[in-house]
Design a protein around this ligand. Structure first.
Ligand SMILES: [Zn+2]
Length: 350
């Protein structure tokens, strides 16, 4: 049911409601131009009130457990501009043959000025056990202009710290990025022009296959999530700010998101401080700050909220803002929302 307040909110943001689901349940094509107008207004409102809005380019959830109003209200309270909140297709849904979760349609129907329509999380079991059906559905949504962004696809993913805590060690994804699934995903991005997100742990031996794919698909637009998040330093001798700088030079369609822990965050399996951008005293290391300042258009704000931590949005916001604050002032605005704007719309935010 749509509340009166929800309707008023939508009416205020978007005079023409082309993005509403039709009564039959099928969705009209999302009108990106209208969404863009609503997004711009929301960002400008926050800026005019003296806040720094940001675009969270990478968060995910279990759509069957999501409290949409609660997350929308948190965004207002915390001055979060926009969020690309993707639905992971969980095991229960997968068993019922869900291959595309229409969460974005539901989010836009309720709050069209703050959610970016995004494809589903590319992870097991959907990505690994029903690869073709799952990717066909993501590609169809992209081609039908129902989404602006794809992912996050988990090519190499160690168990997350919270899964380690819960002793769920089976999420240890290894999908060769230069194998059939990788080629399919890079191909979808290259042909549709939509960016996609990858989760790809940083290991020496994984770098060359990714570089080869970037070289082979120059039109694919890749967001490598979690800048400088290295869980095992002994496996990653080559990844430095100089290495990332060289990648940015070589591959104009490569971006990085800045979802990483704070200086105290420890990856429990290796017991290492895995957010390598921070110095021991908690300040942003000069080499990473300088790299981001040199390529501000290639770095994106991100919270990486997940189904098991949506209630910690305030803490994640505080930590992300501490990172933004450590950047030069002009760079802050670029990373916070301007980079995402250019990536999504191909124009500067004005
Ligand atoms: Zn990730």
């Amino acid at each position: 049911m749509m509340t009166r307040r929800g309707l008023l909110k939508m009416a205020g943001a978007l005079p023409l409601m082309a993005c509403l689901p039709s009564p039959g349940g099928a969705q009209d094509v999302v009108d990106f131009a209208q969404l863009k107008e609503g997004y711009a207004q929301r960002l400008k409102n926050i800026l005019a009130a003296g806040g720094l809005p940001y675009v969270d380019i990478e968060s995910s959830c279990n759509s069957t457990k999501l409290d949409i109003d609660s997350i929308a209200h948190s965004m207002d309270r915390l001055n979060i501009g926009l969020m690309a909140l993707s639905a992971d297709i969980g095991k229960g849904q997968f068993e019922h043959w869900v291959r595309f979760d229409n969460l974005s349609e539901r989010l836009l129907a309720r709050y069209p000025d703050r959610f970016i329509p995004v494809g589903n999380g590319g992870q097991a079991p959907a990505l690994t056990e029903a690869t073709d059906e799952f990717l066909d559905a993501q590609e169809a949504a992209a081609k039908a202009k129902k989404i602006m962004l794809l992912g996050e696809f988990e090519f190499r993913h160690y168990p997350s710290p919270r899964q380690v805590k819960r002793n769920e060690l089976d999420r240890d994804a290894t999908i060769p990025i230069d194998g059939p699934i990788g080629h399919r995903v890079f191909g979808i991005s290259a042909t549709t022009g939509l960016a996609f997100q990858i989760h790809y742990e940083i290991e020496d031996e994984l770098l060359a296959p990714l570089e080869n794919m970037l070289a082979q698909y120059p039109k694919a637009r890749v967001i490598w999530c979690h800048l400088a998040q290295i869980r095992y330093i002994e496996r990653a001798s080559r990844y430095t700010s100089t290495y990332v700088d060289a990648l940015l030079r070589r591959f104009p369609n490569l971006y990085f998101d800045t979802a990483f822990g704070d200086a105290n965050s420890i990856y429990p399996l290796s017991k290492q401080h895995h957010a390598r951008v921070w110095a021991g005293d908690g300040t942003l290391k000069a080499e990473w700050r300088d790299l981001i300042a040199a390529w501000p258009g290639r770095f994106l704000s991100a919270l990486d909220l997940g189904g098991d931590r949506l209630n910690r949005i305030e803490e994640y916001d505080r930590k992300h803002r501490a990172f933004l604050n450590a950047l030069p002032a002009a760079t802050q605005h670029q990373v916070a929302y301007r980079s995402a704007w250019s990536l999504l719309f191909g124009t500067e935010f004005a």
